[in-house]
Design a protein around this ligand. Structure first.
Ligand SMILES: [Zn+2]
Length: 133
């Protein structure tokens, strides 16, 4: 119950702050196999269905991008794509433009720009506001 209450509060907070929310359609079954219970406890799928419901009520939008887009391995500055980025690597430096990336922030910026461009909002890469789940 406590988790569900938190999910509803977070859904309201996010939809109050943002008009459009972008997410990767993650392979949850695959992640659960890799990381065990942890990801199951997050109940991301449950949260997303609550978020979609709240967003619809407030005329906000939840947009999903292709789960196969390499959001973590793509440089959000220049578009260079790494061949490999291990899960434990939380920071990386782009071999093309030398930008230092935080793995999650870089992925969030990529998800936002891919989501926005597929959502006809244009290129929003210059904006520093990003969220990730
Ligand atoms: Zn780069």
């Amino acid at each position: 119950n406590r988790r569900r209450d938190w999910q509803w509060k977070l859904a309201h907070e996010l939809t109050d702050r943002f008009d459009v929310l972008y997410f990767e359609t993650l392979n949850l079954k695959g992640m659960q196999r890799l990381w065990g219970r942890k990801i199951g406890d997050l109940a991301l799928a449950e949260f997303l269905s609550i978020l979609e419901w709240v967003a619809a009520k407030k005329s906000k939008r939840v947009v999903y991008i292709d789960q196969w887009f390499p959001s973590s391995k793509t440089c959000s500055e220049c578009g260079y794509v790494l061949n490999e980025l291990k899960l434990k690597e939380r920071q990386w430096s782009c071999p093309s433009c030398s930008t230092e990336h935080d793995r999650d922030l870089n992925a969030a910026l990529n998800i936002k720009s891919v989501g926005a461009s597929t959502d006809s909002l244009g290129d929003v890469r210059q904006s520093q506001t990003a969220i990730a789940v």
